[in-house]
Design a protein around this ligand. Structure first.
Ligand SMILES: Cc1ncc(COP(=O)(O)O)c(C=O)c1O
Length: 378
C-alpha cells in the first residue's frame, strides 16, 4: 500500500495516542527473571499490597465457590455484597456501586461526568490514574500545585470554573501519605458548587485510627454531589481479586451504573469480598501491623538520616536523593520499591510497609544501596 494511503489509517484518537501509560509496581516474577533470583527471594514493597496476603476467610469462600462452580455469569449487581456494605455503613443498597477494583469506579466517574471541553480538578502528587482517566475521556486535567505535599483545598476551590465537572481527592493520598482532617473536607464540600461532583477516594481509610474515620452515611446525606470510594485491595488483602465500591446518593449512583458493564466483578471477587468484609480480626491485625511497621521504617530512615513524610497509609515516601538510581540498586538486592519520578518526585521513592522482617531487610538493602550509589558518584 502506498505510504500516503497507509497514513490515512491512523488508529485511535490523537489524544489517546498521546496518553502516558500507568506504570505499576514491577512484578516479582519479572525482577526474578531479569536479575537471576528465585521468585521467592524477591521482596515486593512497591504496590501497597497487604503483607498478610488474602484473609483465610476469603480464601475459604473462594474454595467453597470453586467446589460448586456453575459456569454461570456472576451476580450482575453484586447484590449480597452490596447488602452487607449497606448494613455496615448505614446507607441504602441503592447508593452503592461495586467495581472491578476501585480504579474502575475512578474511570466510570470520568466517563460519566466529563468529556471533551470539560475539566477535572485534582492535586499535584495525587494518585496517577486521576489524570490518565481524565485525558482518556478527552477532558482536561487541572492539576493544582500541592501544599506541603498534600491537597491545597482552597486553591482547588478557586480553580473551579464552568468547565469543571468533577474533582478527585485522595484521602489519605497516594504516594505522599498526606491526610486531610474530616472537618476540612466538610468545609470544602460545603463550598463546592452542587453541580460539580466530588469523588473522595478513601482507598487507605481502614488504616486510619477510629477517631479519623469518615462518618460516610452522614457526609453523604449532607452532600448529594459526593461519591465516596473504597477498595478491598489494601486493608482487606484482595488486590488480586479486583474489587472496590463507591457510595453516593441515588442520582449519582445511577449515572455510574449507566456506564458500568453488567458483569464487571467476577463471582470469586464477590464472595471473597463478602467474607473479608466480615473479617474484622483480619483488618484489625492489618492496621496494628501497619502502625508498627511504619514506626519501624521511620526509625530506620532516621538512622540513615533520610527525610520522609509521615504517612496515613500503608506506605512511606522517603527522600533518597535519586529515586530511580536507588530503586535500581534495590532491585539488584531483590527488593522492589516504587520510584515516583513520574509524579515529579525524582528524589523520592515510595515504600510499602511490610512484615517486621521484610522492613528490616528493606532497611539493610537501602543502606547498602545508598552506599553503592554514593561510591558510584565519587
Ligand atoms: C489512592 C488510590 N485510589 C485507588 C486505588 C486503586 O486501587 P484498586 O483499583 O486496587 O481498588 C489505589 C491503588 O493503589 C490508590 O492508591
Amino acid at each position: 500500500m502506498p505510504a500516503a494511503i497507509a497514513d490515512v489509517f491512523t488508529y485511535g484518537k490523537s489524544y489517546i495516542q498521546a496518553l502516558p501509560r500507568y506504570i505499576p509496581g514491577k512484578p516479582a516474577s519479572s525482577v526474578a527473571q531479569q536479575y537471576g533470583f528465585a521468585e521467592s527471594e524477591v521482596l515486593k514493597l512497591a504496590s501497597n499490597e497487604n503483607p498478610l496476603g488474602i484473609p483465610g476467610s476469603a480464601q475459604q469462600a473462594m474454595l467453597n465457590l470453586a467446589a460448586q462452580a456453575s459456569g454461570c455469569y456472576p451476580e450482575p449487581e453484586a447484590a449480597p455484597l452490596k447488602a452487607r456494605l449497606a448494613e455496615r455503613f448505614g446507607v441504602p443498597q441503592s447508593w452503592i456501586t461495586v467495581g472491578n477494583g476501585s480504579s474502575e469506579i475512578l474511570e466510570l466517574a470520568a466517563r460519566a461526568f466529563a468529556g471533551q471541553g470539560d475539566s477535572i480538578v485534582m492535586s499535584e502528587y495525587a494518585f496517577a490514574l486521576y489524570s490518565l482517566y481524565t485525558s482518556a475521556v478527552g477532558a482536561t486535567p487541572v492539576v493544582i500545585p500541592a501544599r506541603d505535599f498534600g491537597h491545597d483545598l482552597e486553591a482547588m476551590l478557586a480553580a473551579i470554573d464552568k468547565t469543571t465537572k468533577l474533582i478527585y481527592i485522595a484521602n489519605p493520598n497516594n504516594p505522599t501519605g498526606t491526610f486531610i482532617e474530616p472537618d476540612e473536607i466538610e468545609y470544602f464540600l460545603s463550598r463546592v458548587p452542587k453541580e460539580v461532583v466530588v469523588l473522595l477516594d478513601e482507598a487507605y481509610a481502614e488504616y486510619l485510627p477510629d477517631a479519623l474515620q469518615t462518618d460516610s452515611a452522614a457526609l453523604l446525606e449532607r452532600h448529594r454531589n459526593l461519591i465516596l470510594l473504597r477498595t478491598f485491595s489494601k486493608a482487606y488483602g484482595l488486590a488480586g481479586l479486583r474489587v472496590g465500591y463507591s457510595m453516593a446518593q441515588p442520582e449519582l449512583t445511577q449515572i455510574l451504573n449507566q456506564v458500568r458493564s453488567a458483569f464487571n466483578t467476577n463471582s470469586f471477587a464477590q464472595v471473597a469480598a463478602l467474607a473479608a468484609l466480615s473479617d474484622e480480626e483480619f483488618v484489625r491485625c492489618t492496621r496494628d501491623l501497619n502502625d508498627r511497621g511504619r514506626e519501624q521504617l521511620y526509625h530506620g530512615f532516621d538512622l540513615l538520616a533520610l527525610p520522609y513524610l509521615r504517612s496515613a497509609g500503608n506506605f512511606v515516601l522517603v527522600h533518597v536523593g535519586d529515586g530511580e538510581r536507588i530503586s535500581e540498586e534495590l532491585l539488584k538486592r531483590a527488593v522492589i520499591v516504587r520510584p515516583v519520578s513520574s509524579y515529579g518526585l525524582k528524589a523520592w521513592v515510595r515504600i510499602s510497609v511490610g512484615l517486621p522482617e521484610q522492613n528490616e531487610r528493606l532497611l539493610e538493602a537501602l543502606s547498602s544501596s545508598l552506599h553503592s550509589a554514593a561510591a558510584y558518584r565519587q
